[in-house]
Design a protein around this ligand. Structure first.
Ligand code: BGC
Length: 410
């Protein structure tokens, strides 16, 4: 990706216009709606520009300590070396992150190395080791397995490198500065609420039979999603409004190894065969993301059964079409661009020597919610929004690619 380090990229830029300077036309700029938990609900173009200016080092750079290079050199962030380590592209948001990190690093003349660990945990460990050796000043990490990178991040800390957990929290280590993510527990809460709402709207009066699907157990987000959803659904299971037909109510039973849709589909095939004879069908399925939502919907369709109410997450293009067609009930909007831009803005601040950062582009730090088994990790949390057929045009009005998918279904 980056200025001065194109060798390290395993991906071509999604959009070549992003290679230009900040002043060139870039359709991505200002097109997103940024949701900031509890503080600001919407920032328009002006807010987006302020965000980007901050990310460009407009304020952070001035706070720098004098030093040898990168951000520390007279407050300039030019050529700041950042290592960005991401997991496999198990959903569209990771593909988007690739493009947006690429764009942002190029625009801000940062020397970023971005790698996906397509081969798994050992590969991610090796990639991070190499980034440390190459002299990065900041690591931004979206972990495959939140528990597996302790050695790497501790080595990074010893070398004076700042560590930011991106989207997925890093567990069991003190050696992490901050976490930047959409509030994952709230994602789950909203999925649980959407399932109940969809059931009442589409399936009439309860009680309802449902099934539960969870994400990959090694992803630290999966339990947040599941627990958030169960905070809404469990009371309804307890009072008999909801019945889990298979009896598989534990996250361990509902988990989908590697977030692989094949695993979710074959589990649902087995559940249907064993628990839903004849025309019987679950009324609803809790799905933690869009990829798995489409997998379980395909399973039900192939069994020749009526469609259940199914939740999702990520606003994937195909799922937005399915939502508009009435096949999938809901998704969660968590635009990738503000997540990327906030992570880069934070990287610049950390590299400039700022410590104990309390506020990032209007987002107040949350020091309570995200404990990683060693400490409460100071987190900058963005607010997820639920989207259904009813509000999709409004939710995606500032994201042309998503809006196009919404509008493509008549
Ligand atoms: C992300 C989700 C994504 C999932 C699978 C999670 O950690 O937060 O947005 O759907 O990984 O890639």
């Amino acid at each position: 990706m980056s200025v001065g380090n194109s060798q390290s990229l395993d991906h071509q830029p999604v959009n070549d216009d992003c290679q230009g300077s900040w002043h060139q036309h870039n359709p991505r700029k200002g097109q997103f709606t940024m949701r900031i938990l509890k503080t600001i609900t919407t920032i328009g173009v002006a807010g987006a520009m302020a965000l980007t200016l901050a990310a460009c080092g407009g304020n952070a750079g001035n706070a720098g300590n004098a030093g040898s290079d990168g951000a520390s050199s007279g407050g300039s962030i030019e050529n700041l070396k950042i290592g960005i380590s991401l997991p496999q592209k198990t959903s569209e948001n990771w593909v988007e992150a690739d493009g947006f990190f690429n764009d942002t690093c190029t625009e801000q003349k940062l020397d970023c190395t971005l790698q996906f660990a397509n081969g798994g945990v050992a590969e991610q460990q090796n990639q991070i080791d190499a980034m440390i050796t190459s002299g990065v000043k900041v690591l931004i990490i979206g972990a495959i397995d939140g528990t597996s990178l302790g050695t790497q991040v501790e080595k990074a800390k010893d070398a004076g490198i700042s560590v930011i957990a991106y989207d997925r929290l890093l567990l069991d280590t003190e050696a992490i500065d901050n976490y930047v993510a959409y509030d994952n527990f709230q994602v789950g809460v909203k999925q649980g609420e959407a399932l109940l709402e969809g059931l009442a709207k589409i399936k009439g009066d309860g009680p309802y039979k449902i099934e539960l699907v969870a994400g990959s157990n090694d992803d630290s987000n999966s339990s947040r999603f599941f627990n958030g959803a169960m905070s809404i659904l469990q009371p309804k299971i307890d009072d008999g409004t909801l019945v889990v037909g298979s009896g598989q109510t534990q996250q361990s039973q509902a988990a989908t190894q590697g977030w692989d849709p094949k695993n979710a589909q074959s589990r649902m095939d087995a559940i249907l065969a064993q628990n839903y004879p004849g025309s019987e069908v679950p009324d609803g399925i809790l799905s933690p993301n869009d990829t798995l939502a489409r997998a379980v919907l395909t399973s039900v369709e192939q069994a020749g059964k009526e469609q259940p109410v199914v939740t999702g997450q990520d606003s994937e293009v195909e799922s937005l079409k399915w939502i508009m067609q009435g096949k999938q009930y809901s998704t969660i909007s968590k635009p990738t661009l503000p997540l990327v831009q906030n992570s880069i803005a934070l990287a610049v601040k950390l590299a400039s020597g700022e410590k104990d950062i309390k506020e990032l582009n209007g987002i107040q730090v949350d020091e309570e919610q995200y404990n990683n088994n060693k400490k409460n990790v100071p987190s900058f949390l963005l607010e997820p929004i639920v989207a259904t057929k009813d509000n999709a045009k409004d939710v995606y009005k500032d994201e042309p690619k998503k809006l196009e998918a919404v509008n493509s279904v008549g």
